[in-house]
Design a protein around this ligand. Structure first.
Ligand SMILES: C[S@@+](CC[C@H](N)C(=O)[O-])C[C@H]1O[C@@H](n2cnc3c(N)ncnc32)[C@H](O)[C@@H]1O
Length: 280
């Protein structure tokens, strides 16, 4: 694909930037907006009044949905505090397929004393039409050796379900990225690649396009690049845009063992992938 907007993260407001993308051009909207819980993203996007937050959410949803192909899908990360209202907004426009619970595997230490400790994020999976793209085989989870062994009687030999693995359920238990995690960049709410890659593989065809309006540290772009898909998206904070550019460049480097006294290899010039906002 050679379009100017493909494989770019624009350092600008998503609502303005969406005008760059033609209608019905993306296969998947996968986005993780501010949750409105008062996080400091270097802007006030996470500290709005509830009314402003919900009004703004409706605004960006209505601006983004026309960009989706008719057989496309949408995943949205939310907090339980606002998912009920936002799911209603989306259900008026799309069909809800799943509420996925991301169990962040928070260790049992302290937590709330006047309520139960919240250790999950809520993810909505929505589609537009019955013939939406969904590749279950790409995201099946292999059975472990013990299960396979327990099913080694002749009636199970060659059983397709045993060979291909099982269908992921709607409870995803994946550790959050703690400070020392090798994947961790300098962003307060970075999501694990494991989760984003699963969504990309299941809901965006190879060579398709994933749109993330709120890129943060660029996890959606990295996941798309790793899975052989294209990406486009936006991020307001220039420091995070720099992190995205760095992560994308690093991820393109082949993993080679470092040898002593290796001759320096000439590097091909990289095409810019993160752009400062400019006029269209
Ligand atoms: C929850 S974080 C995304 C984290 C991301 N999924 C990751 O793995 O790093 C939301 C991001 O949206 C950005 N943001 C807030 N308002 C925005 C807007 N109007 N346009 C573009 N980005 C915005 C924030 O700066 C923040 O980095």
């Amino acid at each position: 694909m050679t379009e100017k907007w493909i494989n770019q993260v624009f350092c600008e407001d998503a609502l303005a930037g969406l005008a760059r993308i033609p209608d019905a051009a993306v296969d998947l909207i996968l986005t993780d907006p501010p949750y409105n819980l008062g996080k400091d993203y270097g802007n006030d996007s996470d500290s709005q009044t509830v009314e402003d937050y919900l009004r703004w959410t409706e605004q960006w949803i209505d601006a983004a949905l026309p960009k989706l192909k008719p057989n496309g899908s949408l995943y949205i990360f939310l907090t339980w505090r606002f998912s009920p209202e936002i799911f209603v907004l989306l259900k008026q426009r799309m069909t809800m397929m799943n509420e996925i619970i991301w169990d962040r595997r928070v260790p049992s230490m302290g937590g709330s004393v006047r309520s139960f400790s919240s250790v999950h994020d809520t993810i909505g999976f929505f589609v537009r039409r019955k013939d939406y793209y969904f590749d279950l085989d790409a995201v099946r989870i292999p059975y472990d050796a013990a299960t396979k062994k327990a099913r080694s009687r002749s009636i199970f030999i060659g059983a397709k379900w045993l060979e291909v693995g099982y269908n992921p359920k709607d409870l995803w238990s994946v550790s959050r990225l703690h400070r020392e995690h090798p994947e961790r960049a300098d962003h307060p709410t970075q999501k694990p690649l494991e989760i984003i890659e699963r969504m990309v593989k299941a809901s965006c065809p190879p060579d398709g396009v994933v749109l993330d309006l709120f890129m943060g540290s660029g996890t959606t772009a990295i996941a798309a690049q790793r899975c052989g898909r294209n990406f486009v998206g936006f991020e307001l904070n220039p420091d995070y845009c720099a992190i995205i550019a760095e992560r994308l460049a690093q991820d393109q480097q082949p993993l080679v063992a470092v040898k002593k006294k290796a001759a320096p290899r000439p590097r091909a010039p990289r095409k810019p992938v993160v752009k400062r906002s400019t006029a269209n």
